[in-house]
Design a protein around this ligand. Structure first.
Ligand SMILES: Nc1ncnc2c1ncn2[C@@H]1O[C@H](COP(=O)(O)OP(=O)(O)OP(=O)(O)O)[C@@H](O)[C@H]1O
Length: 311
């Protein structure tokens, strides 16, 4: 029986900077063909994790394997393409020269013209790299990450600075890469991107893995649902906050003084019981909606609950 090494394997990996545990006993394994989003609040350890994976930093303890070898060997073999957050682009060279260089260094290069076209930067190929807008520079970084036929593409906040159209085009291109069987790992603060694109979501918190699953599983793990309804007339906010199973409540629309209709939004860990209790207060909720949490709300609920635990 043959066993295939995971694309990426972290085993009890830790990395400290002084007193800060940037990555703390992290164990994870990525399988071929997965598109994986790495989420976490600021300082959770996302960039450090990617740096460890790319061999740019060495763990204090634990092991990092990429395609069964050390990160450096995997990169030298051309198996990994990376787009880093602040990866400085060389000054004084044109986009075409820089992409040509990246293709020249890759063991399994694509044609530079194809790389430029795929990244949507053919029309700015002659421009100096230090004269690009933020979104254009991101596209150039993406071109460098896809200069050759790599099996794993690692992207650190790839769409930061891109406008909506550029972002959509970027993800369409990325999907093509994934559909060809590549593994894609991206760190992002845009949770809607993770929800729409990733097959698997890893939530980091304080250097450890807080959640690992599909976006649907992460939403379910947060264990709460959203309830929204409108109320007319006097509204007793304290009574609403005291409803059973409520974990968050916001009011919008008219003010109590104006008597205009107000919209009540509630997060509840038992929506049926909460709605039942709303009627129990003698209220008449209109336009009642009950829905699962979005990934963003689930992420906030999970990380806030974890913060509360460690305080
Ligand atoms: N070179 C360094 N020296 C000292 N501390 C560092 C260094 N790099 C990272 N850290 C610290 O390690 C922790 C994790 O940082 P990291 O950049 O990995 O987080 P992140 O999840 O990528 O954050 P962000 O979402 O803000 O980009 C943070 O507390 C950060 O301040």
């Amino acid at each position: 029986m043959t066993t295939t090494a995971p694309v990426v394997g972290f085993d009890q990996v830790s990395k400290r900077f002084g007193d800060v545990r940037a990555v703390n006993g992290l164990t994870l394994s990525l399988r071929p063909g997965e598109t994986v989003a790495l989420l976490g609040p600021n300082g959770a350890g996302k960039s450090t994790t990617l740096d460890l994976l790319l061999g740019l930093k060495q763990p204090d303890s634990g092991t990092v394997r990429v395609f069964g070898t050390g990160p450096r060997e995997a990169i030298v073999a051309g198996r990994v393409g990376a787009m880093l957050q602040s990866g400085g682009l060389m000054d004084e060279v044109t986009v075409a020269e820089l992409v040509g260089l990246a293709c020249g260094l890759h063991p399994r290069p694509y044609r530079p013209a194809d790389v430029l076209a795929r990244a949507g930067i053919a029309q700015i190929a002659d421009r100096k790299v230090d004269k690009l807008s933020g979104g254009q520079a991101q596209r150039v970084r993406f071109a460098l990450a896809t200069a050759g036929d790599s099996d794993l593409i690692v992207l650190d906040e790839p769409t930061t600075g891109m406008d909506v159209t550029t972002r959509q085009a970027f993800w369409a291109t990325m999907r093509e890469q994934a559909d060809q069987g590549r593994t894609v790992l991206f760190a992002t603060h845009y949770l809607e991107e993770a929800d729409a694109i990733a097959d698997r979501v890893l939530v980091l918190h304080r250097g450890g893995l807080l959640a690992d699953g599909t976006a649907a599983e992460i939403k379910a793990k947060a264990g709460a649902r959203r309830i929204a309804f409108d109320l007319e007339g006097d509204l007793d906010e304290a009574a609403l906050r005291a409803l059973p199973f409520v974990t968050a409540l916001t009011l919008s629309g008219g003010t109590a003084a104006s008597g205009a209709g107000r919209t009540v939004r509630i997060q509840s860990t038992d929506a049926d019981a909460t709605v039942h209790a709303v009627y129990g207060l003698g209220l008449y909720p209109r336009n009642l909606e009950v829905a699962g949490l979005g990934l963003e709300q689930a992420f906030v609920a999970l990380t806030t609950a974890e913060e509360a635990k460690s305080e």
